[in-house]
Ligand binder design. Structure first.
Ligand code: SF4
Length: 141
């Protein structure tokens, strides 16, 4: 699956949950709370493939899933640029010290496996919008 198809599918899944919570009268605080991993893994099993294994994408005590993937991620399925003989497909717009550019054969992809930036509740609160796509609008190049 390319980045864009994942992005669109995830946006729909996210919207479905937010719409359900809004129809229940949940406030911003309660919506953010709902997206805590410990709750999501129990109540939204299809939202993330890792939930089936009760596994977190990052080793954190409190991991919030509202801003998966990350508003700082930038991608282009056709490639962003050539770097020598390799094609870069994604990068981090804030050049997080915990992220890195992973080289996979002739492809370069942003590797966020060691970065927890978007999963902190405080970050979600600061960047919150009911529309996930609005928060992520700069991700697609
Ligand atoms: S490295 Fe961190 S801040 Fe950068 S895109 Fe990845 S998760 Fe986001």
């Amino acid at each position: 699956m390319g980045y864009l198809s994942w992005f669109e599918e995830h946006a729909s899944a996210h919207k479905k949950i937010v719409d359900k919570l809004l129809s229940q009268g949940k406030t911003k605080e309660k919506i953010i709370e709902y997206f805590d991993f410990d709750n999501m893994v129990k109540n939204e099993k299809d939202f993330c493939p890792l939930y089936a294994e009760n596994r977190k994408c990052h080793d954190m005590d409190e991991l919030n899933c509202y801003l998966c993937a990350c508003p700082n991620f930038r991608f282009k399925d056709d490639g962003i640029q050539q770097i020598k003989d390799k094609t870069q497909y994604s990068f981090c717009s804030i050049d997080s010290k915990d992220g890195r550019q992973g080289v996979y054969g002739e492809k370069i992809h942003q590797d966020c496996s060691k970065c927890t930036v978007p999963h902190h509740r405080s970050y979600v609160e600061k960047n919150f919008d009911l529309e996930w796509k609005k928060i992520m609008k700069k991700c697609i190049l």
